[in-house]
Every structure is written in structure tokens, then in C-alpha cells.
Design a protein around this ligand. Sequence first.
Ligand SMILES: C[S@@+](CC[C@H](N)C(=O)[O-])C[C@H]1O[C@@H](n2cnc3c(N)ncnc32)[C@H](O)[C@@H]1O
Length: 295
Amino acid sequence: MHTEHKIILGTSEQMLELPDCNVQLMVTSPPYPMIKMWDDLFAQADPKIAKLWQKLNADCQEETVTEIYGAMHDYLGKVWQEAFRVLVDGGIACINVGDATRTINGKFKLYPNHSRITEICEKIGFTTLPYILWKKPTTKPKYKGKGAFLGSGFLPPNAYVTLDCEFILLFRKGNLRKFLPHDKLRYESVFTKAQRDIWFSQIWTLKGTRQTVNQLERRTAAYPDEIADRLIKMFSVKGETVLDPFLGSGTTTKIAIKNERNSIGYETDKNLLPILNKKIGSKEIKELDLKIINR
Ligand SMILES: C[S@@+](CC[C@H](N)C(=O)[O-])C[C@H]1O[C@@H](n2cnc3c(N)ncnc32)[C@H](O)[C@@H]1O
């Protein structure tokens, strides 16, 4: 089947290239608020966030931390709002996100990104569906929020539960999708009973991406192919269009191509282009209907 793929090197805060009600599925993973590796990105993307970090250096106030956290979610919220606009009625949004734990001003606490995103998406008008927990087998327990549990961690009550799950939040825009009784492509997209039993259960135990990749690639915090593969097959039909507004290394595009779906990805970091080329495969890029648009 002929499919079309677009990668737009620019921000998805406004998806100018996309008309309303145009994509059937969003599969994405944003930068995670309050995770240190994404601090610079948020600060560069929104000067308000950079100023709040400066304010925190000066005032060391808990409220300023709360403002930073809120501002990071406001930034992501613009993208969720745009996703709502471009999804068709009945379209599904899948958002992979992890909560964050962090010690700031000497205080360790949880920043529950999954619940903040859920609140924001509800306000936008999405219907919240049951979510998936992605359990990663590798993460080490923590003691007082710092590093490994070590020997001191057997005494109550000051240790913390390890964040070894991420969320795959699921939302629907509007009503259930409607199809003609024997829609050919829908029937061609059928999954098996064994697949259904695993994919539609709430805990997915899957390893993260390889640790052997280079630094730039690690910085994309790519999700494993298997996550994109399951979500695309669960929530879209062959020939439909999948959007990833935070494309990173291009996992969603790669898996959309494999599964005969069209795709549109947005990515602000142009340095990722060689990684995108590598992931999708330059041979495939030449043969495919794939356009990379520098906004
Ligand atoms: C967690 S990574 C996505 C990883 C991706 N799922 C993968 O498999 O490689 C988030 C990406 O979003 C990009 N990004 C952040 N803000 C953006 C925006 N407003 N528009 C487009 N891309 C953005 C970052 O540069 C980063 O590459």
C-alpha cells in the first residue's frame, strides 16, 4: 500500500501544516517535566520557564518550584490542544510519560506528570480512557531519593518506592469511530486473540531502548519500537494517519511505515536528522514518499 510520510522540523505548538480533523491517531512521548535532562529544553522553548529558574535561585521558594512545574505543563498543553484540533472525531491520543521525583531546595517529592496531563487533556475536551503502565524491569530502588538503595535501606520509614513504571495515557476525542459494516482496510488490520489479550491488559513489561546507542541518540529518550507498534495496531487502521508531535529519533515514523499507515512527525531539534535517517533507513527514505520539511 502506498503511504505518505512527513517530518516537519519545527515546533508542534502550532501545527500550521495540518487542517482540523485530519489524523486518526497520535502516538507520542513529550519531554518529561521536572526530569533534569529536559530542563534546558523547556527553558529554551519558553523564556518564562528560564526566568522562573532564575527566580528560584534567588528566592528558594516552594511556590516557585510549583510555578516551574505548571509552566512546563502549560508548554506541553499547547501541543495537546493542537492534537485535539487535528484529530478526527473518535481519534485516539496515546501519550507516553513518566512521573518525576526530584530533590529541590532539599525537599524530595513526586511530580505526577501523568495526572497533570490527564487534567489538562480533560479540560481541552478529551475523554480519558483506561491507561497502560509500561513496567521497565531495569530501574534500581532509591534511598531518600538519592541513587541506589545500598545497605542502609532496610530500616523503615525513610525509603521511597521506585518509579519503575511509565504511563501510556489514552484519550479519545468525541464519539466512537464509525465504519461501514465490512470496511476492507479495517478487516485487514485485524489483530489476533493472543495479541489482544496482551495488548489490552494494563501492564506491559518491556525493556527500554538499548543503552549502547550514542549520546545524542540516548538524549532522545526513544521508546522501544514495540510500544509504537502495539499502539498503532490497536488504535488505527491501515492507510490512516498517525501523528507524533514530539518525534525525537523517529520511532513512530519507522513503525507507521512498517504497518502501512501514513505519518506526520514534528521535531524541533534539527541535530536529530542523522538519527532519523539512520532509524528509518536511507534506502527506505529514497524509495518512500517521505518529505522532510524545514519550517
Ligand atoms: C522524549 S523525546 C521523544 C522520543 C521519541 N518517542 C523517540 O522514540 O525517539 C521528546 C522530543 O520532543 C522534541 N520537542 C520538544 N518540544 C517540541 C515541540 N514543541 N515541537 C516538536 N518537538 C519538540 C524534543 O526535541 C525531543 O526530541
